[in-house]
Design a protein around this ligand. Structure first.
Ligand SMILES: *Cc1c(COP(=O)(O)O)cnc(C)c1O
Length: 429
């Protein structure tokens, strides 16, 4: 990654108050710098992440404050890098999505220890991306940016467009030109600029890195590039919500989709914070990563026992997860191995089968990414890797209406004339 020390748009940007966030800290060498719109360590080029000072918190007071908070991610504001007065600013207020007790799916898969689907299709733009964008938006505001941008596999583009519309920002987002129609419409409808790039996501991302270094991109907040440390923290709220919804308890096993790997690493960070703060009892948990076989750089490295992730050229219907060169891949490998989890992949046919399985058992219509997590869960149980006697949470991170093509063969049971005779002839009674 190239070093980018992004010039602040205001002189005071580096001393801005971002709530309980204390500094940016390098994940590789631990070097600390003041909070600002930077994402790479000036010492070793490693990725920067938010470091907190939680020392003043009383566990029971914090629990009460969270429980009395709003039914969205801001109930966890004391644990997030946001300005204290966020509640008064226009934001889409995502989160606090349903944790569905999936007893029918559990029976089908032979899970006896409790199976839950965390259904993030219930967010404002119908994917988990609203969580991360909400954080990046507040950081953009604090740093004085007025244009929000991103490189996206589809869902992020929609989440940025919507958040920018509500907050009064300009938006200009970049996607691979050949995405699903549902994703393109969902990104374009909010009125921002949507640019299709002739290439895959990794080409789009490379283009955005160039744009950041160019005067053309000056003053732009790229939510997943120069605002990435703040953006990434949004994924912690998934971990917080799952634990709070389980009655302030850690799940034993959690199955998470992998695109860049950011979400998975921050779910681990969120669980670790809850343990440190005393909000949940400390016990072992396993994190499992899920990919599509047609874009499986992390599961390939996991199975080969490698520490480095070799880039792949994506070819899968799970386009929202189609990142061939995932930035957080090595950290995902660490977490899967440290927690006793695993990383697995499923074919496109298994993704489709899993979408239908979840829909038919629980009434949840997932996008292809949800097919990936449910499909991987099934495979890991069949292979004896995931323990069916333990409490298991599977993430569904997006809505099936965005990827209708994946289930294109699904349709009418019969076409009849409007008469009882014709209905009887159809053989349904
Ligand atoms: C972006 C995305 C993810 C996860 O992305 P990471 O880059 O790994 O954080 C998961 N599911 C859906 C539907 C997404 O759009």
């Amino acid at each position: 990654m190239a070093v980018q020390t992004f010039a602040s748009t205001t002189d005071s940007a580096n001393t801005v108050d971002l709530g309980p966030a204390a500094a940016l800290s390098c994940r590789e060498c631990g070097h600390r710098v003041p909070l600002g719109p930077v994402f790479a360590c000036e010492e070793c080029f490693g990725p920067l992440e938010i470091a907190y000072d939680f020392s003043g918190y009383d566990t029971e007071e914090l629990r009460k404050r969270i429980e009395a908070g709003p039914a969205n991610i801001w109930r966890y504001a004391p644990l997030l890098p946001v300005p204290a007065d966020v509640a008064t600013k226009p934001n889409l207020n995502p989160g606090w999505t349903k944790l569905v007790q999936a007893d029918n799916l559990a029976r089908e898969l032979g899970v006896t220890g409790g199976l839950y689907v965390k259904d993030d299709s219930g967010n404002p733009t119908h994917s988990f991306k609203d969580r991360v964008v909400a954080q990046a938006l507040e950081a953009a505001r604090a740093f004085g940016f007025t244009t929000l941008s991103c490189s996206s596999t589809g869902n992020l583009a929609g989440a940025v467009g919507a958040a920018a519309a509500r907050a009064g920002f300009r938006s200009c987002v970049f996607i691979p030109h050949d995405l699903e129609q549902g994703k393109i419409v969902m990104a374009a409808v909010y009125g921002g600029e949507l640019v299709g790039i002739e290439g895959n996501y990794d080409d789009v991302n490379r283009f955005c890195s160039e744009l950041i270094g160019d005067p053309a991109g000056e003053g732009w907040g790229f939510v997943n590039v120069n605002l990435r440390p703040y953006y990434a923290e949004g994924s912690k709220t998934l971990a917080y919500e799952v634990c709070e919804q389980l009655g302030w308890r850690l799940p034993d096993q959690i199955v998470v989709p992998i695109a860049s790997g950011s979400q998975l690493t921050k779910i681990d960070k969120g669980l670790q914070e809850l343990i440190k703060l005393g909000l949940v009892e400390d016990k072992p948990y396993k994190i499992f990563g899920a990919q599509a076989a047609g874009c499986s750089p992390v599961s390939t490295a996991y199975k080969a026992g490698h520490d480095v992730v070799r880039p792949q050229k994506p070819d899968t219907i799970a386009k929202s997860l189609a990142i061939g060169n995932p930035a957080d891949g090595p950290y995902v490998l660490d977490i899967a191995r440290r927690t006793g989890g695993a990383v697995e992949d499923v074919t496109d046919a298994q993704v489709v089968e899993a979408i239908k399985l979840l829909a038919r058992t629980e009434g949840i219509f997932a996008e292809t990414a949800g097919g990936v997590t449910v499909g991987v869960t099934k495979k890991l149980i069949e292979d004896g890797v995931l323990d069916p006697s333990l409490t298991t949470v599977v993430l569904n991170t997006g809505d099936g209406l965005k990827t209708l093509d994946a289930v294109a063969g699904t349709g009418l049971t019969a076409t009849i004339r409007p008469s009882l005779e014709s209905f009887r002839e159809a053989g349904l009674v």
